[in-house]
Design a protein around this ligand. Structure first.
Ligand SMILES: [Zn+2]
Length: 299
């Protein structure tokens, strides 16, 4: 239970009365939040105008908390020139260089499954105003989060709004999530927001929400790796448990990319925090969530 003072702070944050720096929430796993803040100190020093805001882990077995730096919500800003916006449309890219899996899937197979997941969200009536556009992988490294853990270079920013960054080794997930991450985390989404040089988040459209800069999704290649401790749960296409279905995980992760958080169960939802077998069709709660996020998106 929250006490009266905490309730007042939460209410103030929800209605936008408190500035983002004052309303810093730092919800989640303290160790993960600490890593996010270390990364943000490095990003601030580079004066890139962006920081990490939220990480959501999609797990098998036990759920993990969402990790968010500020209490204030964040949203995409339509036609935001800072992220090379394609008008009011949102763009995504699939990094083909990390698309094949130890379980034997080709990059073409995983990319097609990711494409289907984006097409599913795009078909939601509440996303009619949000065209979802694919940007082709031109071979340039399109992601940055892995570089802070020694698993890649600091890639090129803003090649797309949403980057499905591919399948990375077990150790990366252990490093990001902490103990058990390599075995428990199927995939995660990391959202970056725009900040001023002093680190203050921006709200350029005055919607009382911080401004999403870009989102990256990483998939754990430990699943189905015969040398690892998840050999019995291989990534596959349209596979039932104990296999892990790429399209189901991509639908969940790109739900985060578009702006949804975790909820339930109950009710059952694509956005439940723990994997529960094939789910290729959003549930009513998922649909309602998208409608809430995009209700004021312009024509
Ligand atoms: Zn999730």
């Amino acid at each position: 239970m929250m006490n009266r003072v905490e309730k007042a702070w939460v209410l103030a944050a929800v209605v936008g009365l408190v500035g983002p720096s004052l309303a810093a929430a730092q919800e989640g796993d303290p160790a993960v939040i600490a890593k996010m803040q270390q990364i943000n100190a490095q990003l601030k020093a580079k004066r890139l105008g962006i920081v990490v805001e939220q990480i959501d882990f999609f797990t098998i077995g036990g759920a993990r908390p969402s990790n968010r730096v500020h209490a204030q919500e964040f949203r995409w800003v339509p036609n935001d020139e800072r992220r090379n916006a394609d008008g009011n449309r949102l763009t995504y890219l699939v990094d083909e260089s990390d698309g094949k899996t130890a379980s034997g899937l080709t990059s073409a197979q995983t990319e097609a499954a990711i494409d289907r997941s984006l097409a599913t969200w795009a078909a939601n009536d509440c996303l009619d105003n949000v065209g979802i556009v694919k940007r082709n992988d031109g071979g340039t490294d399109p992601d940055i989060f892995d570089s802070f853990f020694g698993f890649g270079k600091l890639g090129t920013l803003f090649l797309a709004d949403i980057v499905n960054a591919g399948w990375l080794p077990r150790d990366y997930f252990e490093a990001v999530g902490g103990a058990g991450g390599g075995r428990g985390i199927l995939a995660f989404s990391v959202t970056f927001i725009f900040v001023e040089d002093d680190g203050t988040p921006t709200d350029v459209d005055g919607d009382n929400r911080l401004d999403t800069a870009f989102n990256e999704v990483y998939y754990n290649d430990n699943f189905g790796d015969r040398r690892g401790d998840r050999a019995g749960n291989p990534w596959g296409i349209d596979v039932a448990l104990p296999g892990i279905d790429v399209e189901t995980v991509a639908l969940h992760e790109n739900g985060h990319s578009l702006g949804l958080g975790h909820f339930g169960p109950p009710p059952d939802a694509v956005m439940n925090p723990v994997y529960a077998g094939i789910r290729h069709v959003p549930f009513s709660g998922d649909e309602a969530g998208m409608c809430a996020v995009f209700s004021s998106w312009p024509d």
